[in-house]
Write a protein that binds this ligand. Structure first.
Ligand SMILES: [Zn+2]
Length: 483
């Protein structure tokens, strides 16, 4: 929120906000879908038909190219590999089987010094784009790429995520996401903004509550987006409320492609019923080192020409199929900030079975474990996912955790670094107020945040019992019906 126009955004009328978003959308459309975008999509679609052998030799060639580039241009790998005694020869001749001999890159290293991962030859000549995320594990990450890299990432999603689901990025689309396009915790409808340039409706993930359902559904029916994307949890919350109120969309979209959280069979069923389209899961990361997409047979395939995925045990050995392990990724598409054997913080399981779709060079993930997260519920019954987004762009927060103690009491645990102070506390309190309205927030500075029994970091914990959640929601519904 640094740009002056972004600062005035909350204070101008909705129509002006829509115009602003559309102008922005026009520029983005050219940047993302212009230039060599179609050529990239074609390449991704061609490779899909290759034999497993041909794909493997392609991936190995790309791996060598990426590793050599990291060896020559990326300060972090130059330093770490040198200390490990890795030579240019090791890098030049690497095969997929030998990748496991290289050290794992912990997420913490990228968080601590993102710029050490940027290729020197690229940062010298190209304009860099920075993306911030709280990641799935509550560790704020800055990822860096160029417009060209970004175009390749979207082309991969178009060829795989969207086309496999029978849709396209060029269709009118909807997104439910975490951008604060609708300001303030107590805002009135509409809870979406419209980008004419891309025929895209962007819905706020922060205003989903029983009283707002009708407004969300009205906007879907009015703009009729055919490709629905965004947070799985947000779609699920909205779909559940739609079912409770006996509402479905009055048209049939092409598909719903969901990311950010694990999509359980129960979530999928409810979403498909309310939105009248098939829901597909997509697994990606802000670091752009991995992309897994669901095929028509309902299996989640890893795209090997996007990034190489390994699943390893606590000793670093590859796990066999049906066994849980930590996901480690090597990006093949991000030349600006190459990540080699990057430990993303998620847990996965390979499937022992091939998929009937025949994409044999696209390994099947049986399951992604540990991306389920708790939902925060506001005093007015609204439910918020990915609440740890409040730590985005806070370099003084090494790690953060949000605990909902009661309906209006929250504890925030912060592992701080480099002068976390009053301003940071105020920012956290302001972000709570923007999302939830008036609630009590207690901020604790701690030296460490305890993990779960399985060693998983939980960014958001809710101590509300299911009974308590329901009580808040029904109480609120009763009040809104009475008024
Ligand atoms: Zn398949």
């Amino acid at each position: 929120m640094a740009h002056p126009l972004e600062r005035i955004y909350p204070y101008v009328p909705v129509a002006v906000q829509n115009l602003g978003i559309s102008l922005y959308g026009l520029a983005w459309r050219q940047e993302r879908l212009g230039g060599d975008f179609e050529a990239y999509v074609k390449d991704f679609r061609t490779r899909e038909r290759w034999t497993a052998e041909r794909m493997q030799s392609y991936v190995e060639r790309e791996l060598r190219r990426t590793m050599l580039h990291a060896y020559n241009e990326v300060p972090y790998y130059q330093r770490v590999w040198k200390a490990e005694g890795i030579t240019r020869r090791d890098v030049e001749r690497i095969t997929l089987a030998e990748l496991a001999k290289f050290p794992v890159t912990p997420k913490e290293h990228l968080r601590a010094e993102p710029d050490a991962f940027i290729a020197k030859n690229i940062s010298r000549w190209r304009k860099l784009k920075r993306y911030h995320s709280s990641g799935s594990t509550g560790t704020p990450i800055t990822s860096v790429c160029t417009a060209g890299d970004h175009r390749r990432f979207i082309a991969a999603r178009e060829a795989r995520s969207f086309r496999w689901a029978g849709s396209t990025v060029r269709a009118p689309r909807a997104m439910i996401g975490g951008r604060l396009i609708v300001p303030k915790g107590n805002a009135r409808p509409p809870f979406h903004r419209y980008n004419w340039a891309e025929h895209q409706v962007y819905f706020s993930a922060y205003h989903i509550s029983p009283a707002h359902v009708a407004d969300y559904v009205r906007a879907f029916n009015r703009y009729q987006p055919y490709l629905l994307t965004g947070y799985a949890n947000s779609y699920y919350l909205l779909a559940r409320m739609m079912c409770e109120q006996n509402i479905t969309l009055d048209y049939e979209p092409d598909a719903i492609v969901l990311c950010s959280e694990k999509l359980t069979p129960e979530m999928k069923h409810v979403i498909e019923k309310a939105f009248r389209a098939r829901a597909y899961e997509e697994y990606g990361a802000v670091e752009n080192c991995v992309l897994a997409t669901e095929c028509e047979h309902g299996n989640l395939h890893v795209n090997p020409d996007f990034g190489v995925m390994e699943i390893i045990d606590s000793e670093g050995h590859p796990v066999s199929a049906e066994q849980e392990g930590s996901i480690v990724c090597t990006s093949l598409l991000n030349a600006t900030q190459p990540l080699i054997r990057y430990e993303i913080g998620d847990v996965g399981i390979w499937s022992a079975k091939n998929c009937p779709c025949g994409r044999d060079s696209f390994p099947v993930l049986k399951e992604l474990v540990g991306r389920l997260e708790d939902v925060v519920i506001g005093p007015d019954g609204r439910e918020l996912v990915r609440f740890h987004g409040i730590f985005i762009d806070m370099p003084t927060v090494l790690q953060g955790q949000v605990i909902q103690e009661t309906i209006d009491q929250f504890t925030v645990k912060v592992v701080a670094q480099g002068g976390f102070g009053n301003d940071d506390e105020q920012l956290i309190r302001r972000r709570f107020a923007e999302r939830l309205g008036p609630v009590n927030v207690r901020i604790e500075i701690v030296s460490e945040i305890p993990r779960t029994e399985r060693g998983k970091f939980r960014a958001v914990i809710s101590k509300l019992s299911p009974g308590m959640r329901n009580e808040v929601k029904t109480q609120w519904q009763r009040m809104s019906l009475a008024s």
